[in-house]
Design a protein around this ligand. Structure first.
Ligand SMILES: Cc1cc2nc3c(=O)[nH]c(=O)nc-3n(C[C@H](O)[C@H](O)[C@H](O)COP(=O)(O)OP(=O)(O)OC[C@H]3O[C@@H](n4cnc5c(N)ncnc54)[C@H](O)[C@@H]3O)c2cc1C
Length: 422
């Protein structure tokens, strides 16, 4: 086991989310330094939530009671070589975990576009990367340790009844102190950026390498960039690959932003954790002044979903910084947007103007409705609760789990109550 002090770079407790569109309404902010202190805090509070690194864009995690950061707890990384798993503190950032794992010869199968996010916060919202054969980050979770509403410590694992309902828990079932995830042997990747993809070739492009992201701007039907993260021993894409051309210098997904913030491209081989994310740990990810929305539809509906969005491209383009298209493999987790569905994911990085963006979000949702889109739990969406419930076969089971684990509504928030009324 390696134990560091509390995360050196972590601020006290954030008063607002990373994007700045949510100012937390908590009446008190806490940063306990031990699990016992955290348990006493939870037991004595009538309303409490955890905040991770604050990178989500909505108010699921906002409370009018106590907001607690777990970043002050001792940060530990314990590798179980026999099981091929690692147990980490919930507040640890994926980027810090990745570095430690790599030095021990291990990797995570996939990562999100940014390494700055906390493990527990990312898992709670089913954060994901891209890859047709890779599940989201929550799907790699083998066990959790939660501080439940009465302040007890509850360890759960894949053998626990209703575990599949607890992993993507929206922070509403308890405060997650430790997370155990599956690991794989460390590996190397190369990242190539290709320009100007025809939509007809999208499916082939998305399936062409370990992890592939496609970026577009909805100003033309053509797709601006393909980011191919491929096994280091795989040959580079040929010069005429799918009719694209090779980028001859590093790129940032958002035009005009510095490519130095991004992980190395141009085919330079490197460790998994320095190629799977688009952004480097020590730098600002994405644009900073932005909002995000994201929708998961069945992978087989990819072409039709894009065609449906063509009708509102004239609304999307003016408020868009960039749109990213990815894939995620199906899983069994109750509230995972990938629940029993291999998914095609349409992600929008919007300008940071809520009033201008919300009507466009509604228009996008209306166009995608025939494909039963499941929104990202950490981003901006306006889906009607009844419609959302109909898109998740285990929605009612999750509501029952909530009532069992949080009988006094201690972890309830206004947005959670909107979607899971009690
Ligand atoms: C620039 C940028 C890029 C992004 N890229 C991606 C991407 O590639 N893929 C993707 O899927 N998402 C992406 N996201 C979204 C992001 O991964 C999710 O919003 C994620 O939840 C953020 O984790 P966090 O630690 O910041 O969580 P927070 O925003 O702090 O919290 C999210 C939720 O988790 C709960 N929570 C946090 N910690 C705990 C805990 N210890 N116990 C219980 N509940 C807890 C909170 O109460 C809240 O409900 C991106 C976001 C940004 C800002």
């Amino acid at each position: 086991m390696t134990e560091q002090g509390p995360q050196a770079a972590a601020p006290e407790v954030p008063r607002r989310n990373w994007a700045g569109n949510v100012r937390y309404a908590a009446r008190a902010f806490h940063r306990p330094t031990s699990t016992d202190e955290l348990r006493r805090l939870v037991a004595g509070s009538t309303r409490i939530r955890a905040v991770g690194s604050g990178h989500s864009f909505n108010r699921f995690g906002d409370t009018d009671g106590d907001l607690v950061s777990l970043a002050g707890l001792p940060q530990t990384v314990e590798v179980d070589h026999e099981r091929g798993q690692v147990t980490v503190s919930g507040a640890m950032r994926y980027g810090d975990l990745a570095r430690q794992l790599h030095t021990q010869g291990y990797a995570l199968a996939n990562l999100a576009s940014l390494p700055h996010i906390s493990v527990a916060g990312a898992v709670a919202t089913a954060t994901h990367g891209s890859g047709q054969t890779h599940g989201n980050l929550a799907s790699a979770v083998a066990a959790l340790e939660l501080v439940t509403a009465d302040g007890d410590l509850l360890p759960v694992d894949r053998d626990t009844d209703r575990f599949a309902g607890m992993v993507v828990g929206l922070g509403a079932l308890g405060l997650v102190t430790r997370v155990t995830v599956d690991v794989v042997p460390a590996f190397e990747l190369r990242q190539y950026v290709r320009l100007d993809l025809d939509r007809e070739a999208l499916d082939e492009a998305l399936g062409s390498a370990y992890s592939v992201s496609v970026f577009t701007d909805w100003r033309t039907p053509r797709l601006r960039e393909v980011w191919r993260k491929q096994a280091a021993d795989q040959p580079p894409p040929p010069a005429d690959w799918l009719g694209t051309t090779a980028a001859d210098q590093p790129r940032h997904p958002v035009l005009g932003m510095p490519p130095e913030n991004c992980t190395p491209q141009l085919g330079e081989p490197g460790p998994w954790h320095e190629r799977l994310p688009h952004f480097k740990l020590g730098f600002t990810p994405s644009s900073g002044d932005e909002l995000q929305s994201e929708y998961h539809v069945p992978r087989t509906a990819a072409a039709d979903a894009l065609a449906a969005l063509d009708d509102v491209a004239h609304l999307i383009a003016p408020v868009l910084l960039v749109c990213e298209l990815r894939t995620v493999a199906a899983d069994e987790l109750w509230l995972s947007p990938n629940h029993r569905r291999d998914s095609f994911v349409v992600h929008f990085t919007w300008i940071g103007d809520t009033a201008a963006v919300l009507p466009v979000v509604a228009a996008v949702e209306e166009r995608l409705a025939p494909f039963a889109p499941r929104p990202h739990w950490g981003k901006v969406f306006v889906t009607d609760p009844a419609e959302l419930a109909a898109r998740y076969p285990r929605y009612a089971d999750f509501a029952a789990l909530l009532a069992d684990l949080d009988p006094k509504n201690k972890f309830q928030t206004d947005l959670l109550n909107h979607y899971f009324p009690r």
